[in-house]
Design a protein around this ligand. Structure first.
Ligand SMILES: NC(=O)c1ccc[n+]([C@@H]2O[C@H](COP(=O)([O-])OP(=O)(O)OC[C@H]3O[C@@H](n4cnc5c(N)ncnc54)[C@H](OP(=O)(O)O)[C@@H]3O)[C@@H](O)[C@H]2O)c1
Length: 254
């Protein structure tokens, strides 16, 4: 599995471990037994990580928004080594409609996987709660929180990991139905939820201007949403509450 130390990957490893033996490829030192130290960028450790493996979950991302094609090169490197093993990839809802460079790279990874000639599954999910929180937190620092007037459908990584685990261990299925969170909500409303759970007093204002560009227009048009698939169970409020109860770091962590 790639990306097993990331936000989604950690939740997926937990679930897969209950049902199978898991091997994580990671660049980090001090990995738990059974993991392999390696790097998708250079290809080191890849052959060792894949040796004896029946199926691959590909969750790694360099999250390099300036050079997102790095992810495509890494996906191609993995594909070149995987032989006939089925591969399950996590992508993002709307990557074929939103001209954001990182999303284009996700789409190019999807295409490389689909054209690789070996069995594959691709799941597109909406934004994770963690990402929305990371976006809202800096906006909430000043006394007035100026929030873009967009809607989102954030999903919990635990819910995505449940679905991914079934896909990784099931028959290869090609592109499967998209997965979204349980609610489509305006960002300013999610900001109010965040402020309330974090115990912060701020005025919340909708941004009075439209953010320019084709990417923002696509987001305004809802290309990143999948209202017909509100499959996630955990709401943003429940996610925040769980975070607050677990470590109390809701307003400063991440
Ligand atoms: N965040 C969202 O809202 C969202 C929504 C839908 C889909 N997704 C997709 O879900 C996936 C996981 O996202 P995430 O937020 O969980 O990611 P993340 O927390 O940023 O984790 C990134 C992972 O990629 C691994 N990685 C990065 N570069 C690597 C390299 N050169 N070689 C090997 N491993 C490498 C990291 O492992 P080490 O650091 O241990 O090497 C880490 O485990 C991504 O494909 C993302 O596009 C995200």
């Amino acid at each position: 599995m790639t990306g097993g130390t990331g936000v989604l990957g950690r939740a997926l490893v937990e679930r897969l471990k209950e049902r199978a033996e898991v091997r994580v490829l990671s660049r980090r030192e001090g990995l738990p037994t059974g993991s392999v130290r390696g790097d998708l960028e250079s290809g080191t450790g890849l052959a060792q990580a894949l040796d004896g493996v029946d199926a691959i979950a590909h969750c790694a991302t360099s999250a390099d928004y300036r050079h997102p094609e790095r992810d495509v090169a890494q996906t191609r490197r993995l594909l070149a080594e995987r032989g006939e093993r089925p591969l399950t990839y996590i992508s993002i809802v709307g990557v074929d409609e939103i001209p954001f460079a990182y999303y284009r790279a996700k789409l190019n990874s999807e295409l490389a996987i689909a054209q690789s000639g070996a069995p594959w599954t691709v799941l597109r999910a909406t934004q994770f709660h963690d990402l929305v929180l990371r976006f809202l937190r800096p906006i909430a620092r000043p006394p007035i929180a100026l929030v873009p007037n967009l809607t989102v459908q954030p999903v919990d990584v635990g819910d995505v990991a449940d679905r991914m685990a079934d896909l990784v261990l099931g028959e290869p299925a090609g592109r499967v139905p998209d997965m979204g969170g349980p609610e489509v909500t305006a960002l300013p409303d999610l900001m109010r939820t965040y402020l309330s759970v974090a115990g912060l007093q701020r005025r919340v204002l909708r941004m009075p201007v439209r953010l320019p560009g084709r990417t923002m227009a696509a987001f305004r048009g809802g290309a990143h949403l999948t209202p017909d698939h509100p499959d996630g169970r955990v709401t943003f409020a429940e996610y925040l509450e769980r975070l607050r109860q677990s470590d109390g770091t809701i307003s400063s962590a991440y």
